[in-house]
Design a protein around this ligand. Structure first.
Ligand code: ATP
Ligand code: MG
Ligand code: FE
Length: 332
């Protein structure tokens, strides 16, 4: 049973083919038009999806060595995401499923980020705690089964990926700044500058304070030394990254304590961050956790994770009707 999966929630157009739980490919077209605007421009994103979707699907089908009439189902990201971007994927999936008279499978993008852990070995066992850290979300999720998940904590304002990108912008770095902060942080001292660690009640997060803290700090320093950023870029990046990782791990440790679960996973674009990976690896060794980190290509938006989620829904015969509509906001 070949399933075609499509991802178009933000600024990556992606298609993947899965058969019997095995992902055959993961074709991703990343949109570069947004770089010069310092962030994703929704109208440009949906337009680029329209241009990229058919070539990306064609490549996925071709490289899987199949034809469209061999597909058993079509899966797509229903939400959460940008409405205009989602619409492109949803409309395409509906049209194809309807034309081929095959089932349509809707996938929750945030569930899919977590199910990326089931693409390759080693796979976490249930229940596990997943720290999902992406451009739009920061969540602690108790994962009880493939399609049975409970959010036990989440950010009350900005996502951690947003905090990376917005502070990077203050440093004059292009969008998306997260990977660049990661790169420069490697040569910097994480204790060089101190930024406040925000502590929210329960297992919740808040990441909006750091951009204000960095903004005022830079304003003061630049008044005395206009070259402050370029002279201290590595230390600034290392210190910002250190603060964000501190906040992430404090609540993760609390969640582990509360739920008594030692299978830990991370998911989402920010799980590509090498500082976060290293810190959690050390923590896992110290605390006796089993830590699962996805391959880089499955951290950021991709259709392979959508395909994985679709596979479990296919097994459960959990299909959508042909008049399904996208959801910009969608709970796990
Ligand atoms: P969501 O999944 O919440 O809808 P999204 O799909 O935009 O949001 P992802 O594609 O999963 O998010 O992740 C993108 C985010 O990951 C961006 O904020 C980007 O800066 C960040 N990111 C990617 N690589 C790194 C890295 N090495 N270090 C820090 N942040 C990173
Ligand atoms: Mg993206
Ligand atoms: Fe995502």
């Amino acid at each position: 049973n070949f399933i075609l999966a499509i991802e178009s929630s933000c600024d990556e157009t992606s298609a993947s083919i899965i058969v019997d739980g095995k992902v055959l490919n993961n074709i991703v077209a990343t949109q570069s038009v947004h770089e010069k605007y310092g962030g994703v421009v929704p109208e440009l994103a949906s337009r680029a999806h329209q241009e990229n979707l058919i070539p990306v699907v064609q490549e996925a089908v071709l490289s899987a060595g199949i034809t469209v009439d061999q597909l058993a189902a079509v899966a797509f990201t229903r939400g959460p995401g940008l409405m205009g971007s989602l619409l492109v994927g949803v409309s395409f999936a509906k049209a194809l499923a309807f034309a081929r008279k095959i089932p349509l499978i809707e996938v929750n993008h945030m569930q899919a980020h977590i199910l990326a852990h089931f693409i390759d070995d080693p796979k976490p066992s249930f229940p596990f705690i997943c720290l999902t850290v992406s451009g739009g979300h920061t969540q602690l999720v108790l994962v009880k089964g493939y399609l049975e998940m409970e959010v036990i904590g989440e950010t009350q304002d900005d996502a951690v990926g947003e905090a990376f990108d917005k502070t990077a912008k203050l440093l004059g770095l292009p969008y998306p700044g997260g990977p660049l902060i990661d790169k420069y942080a490697k040569e910097g001292n994480p204790k060089a500058f101190k930024f406040p660690v925000t502590r929210m009640p329960g297992l919740n997060y808040s990441f909006s304070g750091i951009k204000t803290a960095v903004l005022y700090f830079l304003r003061d320093q630049l008044q005395e030394n206009p070259k402050f950023i370029e002279e201290n870029l590595a230390d600034l990046c290392a210190s910002i990254q250190f603060t964000l990782i501190e906040m992430l791990q404090i609540k993760l440790k609390e969640a582990v304590k509360q739920y008594g679960v030692k299978e830990i996973a991370i998911a989402g674009g920010v799980s590509a961050n090498s500082g976060l990976r290293n810190t959690l690896q050390e923590l896992a060794e110290k605390k006796g956790w089993k830590l699962y980190i996805p391959k880089f290509e499955y951290c950021t938006d991709n259709a392979a994770m959508i395909a994985m989620a679709a596979y479990y829904k296919f097994l459960a015969k959990d299909f959508s009707s042909y008049d399904v509509t996208p959801l910009a906001k969608m709970k796990i």
